[in-house]
Design a protein around this ligand. Sequence first.
Ligand SMILES: [Zn+2]
Length: 131
Amino acid sequence: METNYICPACKGHLNVNDHIVLIVRNEKKQQGLVFLHTEMGNFSSHMNSSLEIKKGEVVEFFCPYCHTNLEYHKDETSLVKLQHEDATGKTSQVIFSKVYGEERSYHIQEDKVESYGEHAKHFQDPEWFLK
Ligand SMILES: [Zn+2]
């Protein structure tokens, strides 16, 4: 099934095969490319070994096309938001944590929210994102 992850700002397609390609910047302002897995709940990632990111570090994610910071502002600021388009063209939102090593992501569709990762339980209220 062909699905795409899309930059909310420029609508550029961010995925190549099984990976979402983004620019990442650590707290020391070092930049690099990061590959995130497209499968929801798979938190494996790849980046160049010269880029040092410690567990618990808050990193910034940018679109490789338009360089927009993909952070998502709600009460919770340590999140990133991408658009997702399934094989039928239906769009939804994918939100994940900016904290390196924190396994927490959400797939928000019209009628339901699916959460993934051991840290996702942080939000007890399933409607938090609507507020
Ligand atoms: Zn973009």
